[in-house]
Design a protein around this ligand. Structure first.
Ligand code: S3P
Length: 172
């Protein structure tokens, strides 16, 4: 069985949605960022500040390669994984890719007060979110299916994805 891959911006709900899907479908859940943190013995924030974003992207790329060796999993990715075409090719090999889309306002609301995201530890996170989201949109849109999550509960997002996976709904 193919992996179910969740992509999307910070605050789009990849982790919480992924966990719920994995429970409902009785599949293993993995979170690429969490695996990197465990292996590195550092938080994402520490990796960015000690080793730099470039180094994090290298770790992320290696972790994607390893994660997709197994099938039948639900995989939550970091928001920037889509920027590297090789990551996308690897994720797609044995995976169906789901984009959890989010508006800038919802992304801001959901990430506010959470210092764990180095890219948003800036003076004007609203502006950074707008810029990053705009730039990344074409990358996220390579997904097989898109769910607009901004005004939906986790349960509603999960149910849309399950419906799609069962063949009930085409790409939005
Ligand atoms: C990033 C998103 C983060 C994490 C890192 C970089 C990004 O993951 O991988 O801080 O470039 O958007 P989440 O999307 O889980 O917050």
């Amino acid at each position: 069985m193919k992996n179910i891959i969740l992509i999307g911006f910070m605050g789009s709900g990849k982790t919480v949605v992924g966990k719920m899907i994995s429970e409902k479908l009785n599949r293993k859940f993995i979170d690429i960022d969490k695996l990197i943190e465990e292996e590195q013995g550092q938080t994402i924030q520490e990796i960015f500040s000690d080793l730099g974003e470039g180094y994090f992207r290298k770790l992320e790329k290696e972790m994607v390669v390893r994660a997709v060796k197994d099938g039948n999993q639900v995989i939550a990715t970091g928001g920037g994984v889509v920027l590297d075409p090789e990551n996308m090719a690897n994720l797609r090999k044995n995976g169906v890719i789901i984009w959890l889309a989010v508006s800038p306002e919802a992304a801001r609301r959901r990430t506010q007060g959470d210092g764990s995201r180095p890219l948003l530890r800036v003076n004007y996170p609203e502006q950074t979110i707008e810029e990053l989201l705009g730039f990344r949109e074409p990358f996220y849109s390579q997904a097989d299916f898109k769910v607009e999550t901004s005004n939906l509960s986790v349960e509603e997002v999960v149910s849309k994805i399950l419906n799609f996976l069962e063949g009930g709904e085409g790409n939005e």
